[in-house]
Design a protein around this ligand. Structure first.
Ligand code: SF4
Ligand code: SF4
Ligand code: FES
Length: 285
């Protein structure tokens, strides 16, 4: 049988990563190369289904000869470049970024934030108790999902997923300037009065838990949310013939949230309201 190539072969780019020669396909980022080489570079605003936004700068690396540090998530690999991922400059920069984020935001539900803070010796307290925080109640204006902007790092991932990169609903955007900048619906309307179609594709990409299923929000408030007790089963949505893949997160025999595999070549982690939130009938007894 003759193998059919899926696309034109890509040239390989060779460069040096932490002193070791590496080769990645043309167009790959430094972060792609780091991951292929098993290097643990922290990321927050980077999303595997989104165009890099360079919003958080926690992934910075040092490129020989460059004046400034480069975000690994968006910097394309170039032949002959010499990249260092773990230098005094990168560590100092990551520490400061984490301190600034943690001084202004609640990172308690951001996966790995605590580990990174420890690793880089970040001390957000040194900015004092007056550091600008939103200090706002979580927005619970519907039965499906909650927006807790005290946990928002303004990474733009939800805005891009809701906008032209995936959903094209444009229900949310960044409003305000400077310290007042925040993710908002038009005129800060409740989601139910906005352009939101409740696809939940914004929840899928949010890196901090600022956006969460109402079920998760309620269970966290009740102290019953326990990821270690959850199973994940990927299945096919039964609502229509598109056949999107759903990953059901189940705790105590109840579906507690639904995600979608990002590597699915059709849906790329995106769903509609039925696949994302329409699971209650499964649990009717
Ligand atoms: S649920 Fe969908 S439509 Fe609503 S804000 Fe999120 S991405 Fe936009
Ligand atoms: S709500 Fe989440 S995805 Fe949206 S900007 Fe804030 S942290 Fe990023
Ligand atoms: S992860 Fe690279 S800039 Fe945010």
């Amino acid at each position: 049988m003759t193998a059919v190539p899926l696309g034109p072969p890509r040239r390989l780019v060779e460069f040096t990563l932490d002193g070791e020669p590496v080769r990645v396909p043309e167009g790959a980022t430094v972060l792609d190369a780091c991951r292929a080489a098993g290097k643990d570079v922290p990321t927050l605003c980077e999303g595997d289904t989104l165009t890099p936004k360079n919003a958080c700068r926690v992934c910075v690396v040092e490129v020989e000869g460059a004046r400034t540090l480069a975000p690994a998530c968006s910097r394309r690999a170039e032949p002959g470049m010499e990249v260092s991922t773990d230098t005094e400059r990168t560590r100092h920069s990551r520490k400061l970024v984490l301190e600034l984020l943690a001084s202004a935001t609640d990172l308690s539900t951001t996966p790995r934030a605590e580990e990174w803070m420890r690793h880089y010796g970040a001390d957000p307290g040194r900015f004092g108790p007056g550091a600008a925080r939103l200090d706002e109640e979580a927005k619970v204006d519907n039965d499906l999902y909650v927006r807790d902007y005290d946990k928002c790092i303004q990474c733009y991932k939800c805005v891009d997923a809701c906008g032209e990169q995936w959903q094209n609903s444009f229900a949310i955007s960044i409003a305000g300037r400077g310290f007042d900048a925040r993710v908002s619906t038009e005129h800060d309307a409740p989601l139910t009065d906005s352009a939101c179609v409740f696809c939940g594709n914004c929840i899928e990409v949010c890196p901090t838990g600022a956006l969460s299923f109402k079920s998760e929000f309620d269970m966290r408030a009740a102290g019953t949310w326990d990821e270690s007790a959850q199973t994940e089963t990927t299945t096919v949505c039964a609502y229509c013939g598109v056949g999107c893949n759903l990953t059901l997160h189940v705790q105590d025999n109840e579906i507690v949230k639904v995600s979608s595999p990002h590597d699915n070549p059709v849906t790329h982690g995106n769903l509609c309201i039925k696949g994302r939130f329409g699971f209650q009938h499964v649990q009717q007894r």
